[in-house]
Write a protein that binds this ligand. Structure first.
Ligand code: FSO
Ligand code: SF4
Length: 557
């Protein structure tokens, strides 16, 4: 196996032994590589279809789901990846027939042949696919020019992030065909030997542009369905007298179904990880049995889930290999999977998922062990901040707020991430931290105080709610008459882990944001020349020592 798509990749070079740091074993890695290869072939056919007026919306959505399944910490279920690959080939072949027929009828000649991935035989059992994956992972992802390879990887990972956010929005019946069309175009481009570095750079910037569009779509989907987040205090403790269900991941509709089905049962619902921001939405606040947030970021799940005592639902990334202490209590749903874990099936159109197995299990469970007490503030998404734009501006103008530091992104297990806790703690009292994503768990319980009515950590929500931070920055720029958000007193100290964060990074680059600090390490898939390009054009830098970085950021560097 070889995989270097996430920040925790072995030795910041690549997971190339029998198992990745994330727990993905060689067999699943090979199957995922073969799925990606198959998806590239499907993408090439779909692009030719786009050129010929032949589309298949169901296949477009399938592309987003299948690509999402290959994102870090989503799907470790070999059989499921195998089935997705078979479906990819079946959809590819059906679409190719339609495209051929349409082109034939129109008298169109193909100037270039389709790539090999578009015609690869679909035959084979799971073992054959494992073997083919092993073979393709060492060839299809290896271009002789390391810079072309690096840019293809950057684009591919941005597309995986885009696919994930598309899937989240589609779950809420919010679609945008242009986003799905680009998944095909971008993925097909990674097979096209005629494209040079500049083409791939442009496609990556386009990916970032569509990243903003996808996050905006998901924002509309979430706020349209559940209301605009409001500043809300969330309990971190437990109610000792009732059992609970713990729900993690990003899928708010799953939370909604679960809350409706647990109403009146005596079972409480707790959020974990990236589900924390749900507490700020008016629709969720109306459920008195949404009891609080339990535990820390995704990488704390093995400790948190063991202590929780009740059933756990993983709706999206980030899933870790379950420990025996809670293996019997964890369920997956959506694109998440793990061999041997029970999977809650998708909802029928207009219906709900059936969470009764979790509810039955919860009724037999002990209440969770209390891990901590206290509370955190959430709900500072775009509307909550912009409704107070006057107070923010006044605080900036009278010097109460000297600087905003965007510390969005992901958390992870590496010790180097203590840097983010140190930065948050050392930032002076006149600095506000703008956050989104699970990166916040490094500092959201530090009680960093307030500036006027605002907590010094303004939590906009999930990683996709980085969109809110962009909207706030743009509104602020307009209000102070700045030409560009780079002219505002804002610094960016972004923590990345997986491919949604790659998309968020591309989105910020597309918006022209300069001077981003990216840590805790720069991506292993950046070749020296591609890294140099990012430094030259976007002034991207790695992180350093916390106190030096704090001083530099406060000085605008
Ligand atoms: Fe975190 Fe995981 Fe939202 Fe990521 S839970 S690390 S950017 O997958 O998705 O922020
Ligand atoms: Fe390694 Fe990350 Fe790939 Fe997992 S997703 S195999 S940790 S690079």
């Amino acid at each position: 196996m070889f995989c270097y798509q996430c920040q925790e990749t072995t030795k910041n070079a690549g997971c190339d032994l029998l198992r990745g740091i994330c727990g993905k074993d060689e067999r699943v890695a090979n199957l995922q590589d073969y799925l990606l290869y198959a998806l590239k072939g499907l993408a090439a056919v779909a692009v030719r279809g786009q050129e010929s007026g032949v589309t298949d919306p169901a296949t477009d959505h399938f592309m987003a789901q299948a690509l999402f399944a290959t994102l870090t910490n989503v799907n470790f279920d070999a059989e499921r990846i195998y089935q997705l690959t078979k479906e990819t080939f079946a959809r590819r072949d059906a679409l190719r027939s339609r495209v051929h027929a349409a082109r034939h009828a129109a008298g169109l000649q193909c100037k270039t042949p389709l790539p090999a991935a578009a015609g690869q035989s679909a035959d084979g059992d799971i073992e054959a696919y494992v073997a083919l994956g092993a073979c393709f992972s060492s060839t299809i992802n290896k271009h002789s020019d390391p810079d072309i390879q690096s840019m293809r990887e950057l684009l591919t990972y941005g597309l995986k992030g885009l696919a994930a956010y598309c899937d989240h929005a589609y779950v809420l019946d919010h679609g945008d065909p242009s986003l799905l069309a680009f998944l095909h175009q971008g993925l097909a481009a990674t097979l096209n030997d005629e494209l040079g570095l500049n083409d791939l750079i442009q496609l990556s910037m386009r990916c970032g542009e569509l990243g903003v569009q996808a996050m905006a779509l998901l924002d509309t989907a979430n706020t349209g369905r559940f209301g605009d987040p409001e500043p809300t205090s969330v309990s971190l403790g437990v109610r000792p007298d009732a059992p609970g269900i713990l729900i993690s991941g990003h899928d708010l509709l799953d939370l909604y179904d679960l809350l409706r089905q647990t109403e009146g049962t005596g079972v409480l619902v707790y959020t974990h990880g990236e589900m924390l921001p749900a507490h700020a939405y008016p629709v969720f606040k109306a459920f008195p049995h949404l009891a609080g947030n339990y535990g820390g970021a995704w990488w704390d799940q093995q400790r948190d889930f063991a202590a929780f005592n009740g059933p756990i639902l993983m709706t999206t990334n980030c899933l870790q290999t379950p420990r025996d202490s809670y293996r019997e209590r964890i369920f997956t749903t959506g694109m998440v999977g793990f061999s041997g874990l029970p999977h809650i099936a998708d909802r029928a159109p207009g219906g709900q998922k059936d969470f009764s197995p979790l509810i039955e299990m919860a009724l037999q469970s002990q209440p969770p062990l209390e891990l901590e007490t206290g509370s955190v503030m959430v709900g500072f998404a775009r509307k909550a901040v912009l409704d107070n734009a006057g107070a923010v501006l006044e605080a900036v103008q009278n010097g109460a707020i000297k600087r905003f530091v965007v510390m969005a992104g992901c958390d992870g297990r590496q010790k180097e991430r203590e840097y983010y806790t140190e930065v948050a703690a050392q930032l002076p009292q006149d600095a506000i931290i703008l956050t989104a994503g699970c990166a916040k768990y490094r500092y959201n319980k530090l009680n960093l105080g307030n500036i006027g009515p605002f907590p010094r950590v303004l939590d906009a929500g999930q990683c996709n709610d980085s969109y809110s931070l962009v909207v706030v920055a743009q509104a602020l720029a307009q209000a102070v008459g700045a030409e560009h958000i780079n002219d505002l007193p804002i610094s960016y100290d972004i923590a990345w882990y997986e491919q949604k964060a790659v998309l968020v990074l591309l989105s910020l680059l597309h918006l022209g944001v300069k001077g981003i600090r990216l840590g805790p390490t720069l991506p292993a898939f950046l070749s020296p020349n591609v890294a140099a390009f990012l430094v030259q054009n976007f002034a991207i830098k790695g992180i350093g020592n916390a106190s030096e970085d704090v001083a530099a950021m406060m000085a605008g560097a």
